[in-house]
Design a protein around this ligand. Sequence first.
Ligand SMILES: Nc1ncnc2c1ncn2[C@@H]1O[C@H](COP(=O)(O)OP(=O)(O)OP(=O)(O)O)[C@@H](O)[C@H]1O
Ligand SMILES: [Mg+2]
Length: 811
Amino acid sequence: MKSQLSTTPDSSHPVSTEKPGVRRIAVLPVRDTVLFPHSVLPLTVGRESSIQLIESLGEERSIVVAAQLDARADTPKPADMHAVGTLATVHKVVRMPNQSRFVFTEGVQRVRLVRFVQEEPFMVAEIEPLEDVESESTPAFEALVRNVVEQFKQIVSESPTLSDELRTIAENIEEPTRLVDFVASSLPFLTTDDKQQLLESASIADRLEQLNKTLAKEMEVQQLRNKIQSEVQDQVQQTQRDYYLREQLKAIQKELGDQDEGQRDAEELRQKIEASGMPEDVKKEALKELARLARMSPMAADYSVTRNYIDWLALLPWAKSSGTAVDITKAKDILDEDHYGLKKVKDRILDYLSVLELKKDMKSPILCFVGPPGVGKTSVGRSIARATGRKFQRISLGGMHDEAEIRGHRRTYIGALPGQIIQCIRRAETNDPVIMLDEVDKLGRDFRGDPASALLETLDPEQNNTFRDNYLDVPFDLSKVLFITTANVLDTVPPPLQDRMEIIPLQGYSEDEKKQIAFRYLIPRQIKENGITVEQIEFPDESVLHLVRYYTREAGVRKLEQQIGTICRKQARRVVEGKKDKLVVTKEVIREFLGNIQVRVETEIAERIKRPGVAVGLAWTPAGGDILFIEANKMKGKGTFTMTGQIGEVMQESMQAALTWVRSNATELGLAEDFTKDTDLHIHVPAGAIPKDGPSAGVTMATVLVSLLTNSTVRPLTAMTGEITLSGNVLPVGGIKEKFLAARRAGVETIILPAENRQDVEEDLTPELIGGTTIHYANRIEDVLAVALPQLKFRTEKPAVEAETIAEIAV
Ligand SMILES: Nc1ncnc2c1ncn2[C@@H]1O[C@H](COP(=O)(O)OP(=O)(O)OP(=O)(O)O)[C@@H](O)[C@H]1O
Ligand SMILES: [Mg+2]
């Protein structure tokens, strides 16, 4: 407690008795404290004026201690002082080494400072005693007194700083006014203002009341503080307890020879990271995560997430490859060993591998195998992996909607994992596997993002050396991976993706090729897979042909393999049932095992084109080629033209073109010029549930219309394909091999093709394939009609100029 005084020495010094009861006494100004009667207050006196005051004290050691209005005033004037102070006796003065004085004062009486009579060097004032206004001892007053005592006692006992003696003293004070002064001077938490107020109020009852309120408030504060204190303590104790238990557990494990689970785990991970050969910056990231892991409790929810992540980083084959230098002759042997035929495909693959071998850093284009199901796209991919000594991994893109399936989810997602690409790499355990992306043509796309664009980045050789999976969040070099995609059709593959790929078409197989594949690959494989031996089953040549022709209708050989598999399983059962004889698979056996003939196209064609107005077209579908019946009919009407059978716009337009050609050539065809006037025409393409489109049925439609209108039937077992122009020219179409094979499968003997497709026939079809089929080439629709409708009498005196005047747009 610190306080100073200031005033002037006065010759007439401390006491004067001009008026009775009025005295002149030096005033010691103090800051931040109030002296109560009957209490002792030690003061440090440091201000020059105050030191002079203390020094000037004579025999009578009385001063007035009064509080400053503003504690910050350094040289207080009379106006800065409270008007009520305490008359005090100075008991002892101690000189301190720094010239200040340590003064013990004891309060005697409340006094009012009436008038200041001196300011320098210290203040002297006239004072008069402040008399207490006593109260009657009513029960209410009595209760107030007791309440103050009780509350004070309680505060003292709950407080860690106040001495318990204070309680006894308070109990023994009988005068209420002394009680108030004692309590007020003992409590450290009373503000100077509170204290000054207690000093100034004359009524004892008022003082008691004020004190009572202050005590009640303090008790509340004290209780709250205790509550907070105990809560904090509880928490601290709980964490300490956990800590000690864990430490003890560690100690016990150490005694038992067990290493700390977490430590051992972290050490293992560190070794994996070191051994993984990852690039420096990735390693830095991994070690950072590892350090984080070491600080975590294995019980924490994050622990396994972080651990998994480090595991992924550590287990990726950053620097491990398996690809060997490619020996082209050996590669060719392997490709030949695994697949029959496919000469063009194998050639292109070998070209590709040669370049890859010569230019190691080549930014290689992605291979894309396009063709009908079951022609060996996936299995050729496997073969390439075998030929180059790489691992093989497959991702099916069919129906994939979510970009995250390719590129992974961010680690912040619950249960996040890397995308398929990175998962493949991890499964392959090498960084240069062959990754086959099956069914690029069936990629989906919706609100979850566009997997095609994620794929673009993956496949782009310019970008994929820093492929960033969302989960890993560090770049991984995919440039050594050999990507191969497959598709049934190219139409639905996004063009930017097509641009990055080298398209290699795989065509369907002829009956003979299928037979060869069956004997060399499918039959031996199915025999082995079903646990029987070659001694137990025999497939004669003509039976396999029978299977191909009557039990399958496909461009590839998947169904054929299934049927062979079914037969092998039946034989397996016979063997188990104890039948020891070798089974020769005759047509009868096939019928017994597989049921009646499933495909009956030869007779179908013959039956259906018996009447005028029906012809067979050839279509190209994702499943290979197929035959397509086109029918027309007429009835009395007003000249309308109806087209049905789920046909697309292009096909409808070519129907219109066919009709226009027929109408403009009505005379030459022997028809009435206005034959449409009272006739309605209807063209239908059966199998109405399957959507069809494309211009290649143009010639067939013209043929159907002419056949209907001239009432002449189409040549038996004949099929045709080709686009027509309004002037009757026949334009070339695609998919010749597939269409040819489909026609052969259906038992067609005569095929009419556009003349410009002659080259495709020569390139893609071998003489054995063509066999007994007759191929006619047509430049104009008249050429087609001449073959398809042999009975038709065509009047050729049509002026040639007329045809030329019609503008032609060849598509
Ligand atoms: N030329 C061939 N030589 C030997 N086996 C073949 C040949 N072509 C296909 N196969 C066999 O036919 C089966 C089907 O082939 P694969 O699964 O590769 O077809 P795919 O073209 O990938 O079909 P999809 O488009 O339906 O995926 C495989 O068992 C494959 O070995
Ligand atoms: Mg496949």
